[in-house]
Design a protein around this ligand. Structure first.
Ligand SMILES: Cc1ncc(COP(=O)(O)O)c(C=O)c1O
Length: 424
């Protein structure tokens, strides 16, 4: 069947033809290619078309598609262990690896997705502090948990909806929405709600309003306010963890989080997530403490094996991050130079291997308002041109594109050649 035939048939059986909304390409008015296989930096659709992939499964595929060590770990494990719902040594190995190689993780709990990690971390913070309110930031996405679905960036921005139907008022009445990189705003929020706030959750390098890095002073003030008011600081590193550097966005700031959430890369492409942090907070979790969180599939052996293969490979090969960073720089500078030549209004934000091309006349994009000023029609034309030229990018102005270890200089040069041919 052709891409379009499969997509049309899928619409009969799955809402919108997809299992996650952004895959439907609604914002760019196109039929999405139906992907059959992936290898290294490339994916191939059902019609045999090849795309150089800058989506990487929305982040996880830092090692490229079907990395040989990850594939071997999965195969070797599933010969003997698919699921037990019981403890395994593999869980210990991954947990120990994370706790010993990451800076702010003394204990960790494995879950099955980023959403599960963030919602569980918030519940834990509430249980630990005995408070109900949380502060999140406009444009940051932390998964589809009810309490996060206000000003949640990414898929919701793409769909042009402020929140989600089906979320009772009750579920969001304890969610305060702050302004990213706005120090005055967080001071006001803490003045008003400081003693009621269980946690602040933040993407320290946001990827879900496009890539926007938090500023140092902002993060330092946030930490100081949390300390003053007894509020826990949660870094959502579902996207930035193991991506902007092995140790994630935490390594870019002087401040330390109390809890951290992971997913995406840490599962090597299988459904995975984790939250971890201070021992005294983590010990509040059941069965030690009274905060209940559980999962039939949590710590699944095949997932643990894929995660362990991925994280050990990344940890043992720090040069991967240099490779990705140098390709990212080449891409960023190349695009800026071409845009200048052609008079295309463009700001390129990048942090290591995650990057967003904002179509805007602004000089820089550091605030949510800057993001919202972008020309989404121009983005749409850019996206369509690049897809037709064989480059798979996230189908939204408000997402991050990702580089992998398997991308080469040639891939970047071909990307820049295609961009040069973009007729504005
Ligand atoms: C920063 C962040 N947190 C949480 C999530 C939710 O993760 P998942 O889609 O695995 O539930 C995402 C997903 O993109 C994310 O980018």
């Amino acid at each position: 069947m052709s891409n379009i035939e499969i997509f049309e048939e899928s619409k009969k059986y799955m809402p919108g033809g997809v299992n996650s909304p952004v895959r439907a390409f609604k914002d760019v008015d196109l039929t999405p290619p139906i992907i059959k296989r992936g290898s290294g930096a490339y994916i191939f659709d059902e019609e045999g078309n090849r795309y150089t992939d800058f989506v990487g499964a929305w982040g996880p595929m830092l090692l490229g598609h079907c990395d040989e060590d990850v594939v071997k770990a999965i195969k070797d494990t599933c010969e003997n262990a698919i699921a037990f719902g019981a403890s395994t040594e593999l869980e210990l190995r991954l947990a120990k690896h994370m706790c010993t190689t990451l800076d702010n993780v003394e204990m960790v709990r494995m879950v099955n997705s980023g959403t599960e990690a963030t919602m569980s971390a918030v519940k834990l913070a509430r249980g630990y502090t005995g408070r109900d309110k949380i502060l999140k930031f406009a444009g940051c996405y932390h998964g589809h948990f009810d309490g996060f679905l206000v000003s949640a960036g990414s898929g919701l921005l793409t769909e042009g909806i402020p929140g989600s139907a089906g979320v009772p008022e009750e579920s969001i009445k304890n969610t305060i929405v702050g302004q990213y990189n706005n120090i005055e705003n967080i001071r006001q929020v803490f003045n008003k709600y400081g003693e009621e706030l269980a946690a602040v959750i933040i993407e320290p390098v946001a990827g879900n309003m496009g890539v926007v890095k938090a500023e140092n002073e902002f993060m330092e003030e946030l930490r100081a306010l949390c300390d003053k008011h007894g509020t826990l600081l949660i870094f959502d590193e579902v996207m930035s963890g193991f991506r902007v550097s092995y140790k994630g966005a935490q390594s870019l700031f002087k401040v330390k989080p109390d809890l951290v959430t992971y997913a995406k890369i840490m599962g090597g492409g299988l459904p995975c997530g984790a939250y971890g942090g201070r021992r005294d907070v983590m010990e509040k979790l059941s069965p030690l403490g009274d905060v209940y969180q559980a999962g039939t599939m949590s710590g699944n052996p095949v997932v643990m094996a894929a995660g362990l293969a991925t994280l050990t490979k990344l940890y043992n090969n720090h040069e991967y991050y240099q490779h990705i960073d140098s390709l990212g720089l080449k891409l960023q500078e190349g695009m800026k130079a071409i845009a200048k030549e052609k008079g295309i209004p463009l700001v390129v934000n990048r942090c290591g291997g995650m990057m967003t091309v904002f179509f805007t006349n602004k000089d820089k994009v550091t605030l949510y308002e800057d993001v919202m000023s972008c020309d989404t029609n121009l983005f749409k034309r850019f996206f369509t041109h690049m897809l037709k030229s064989g480059f798979n990018l996230p189908p939204s102005q408000y997402e991050a594109m990702f580089l992998s270890v398997k991308h080469s200089d040639k891939d970047i040069e071909e990307f820049l050649d295609a961009f040069r041919k973009f007729q504005v």
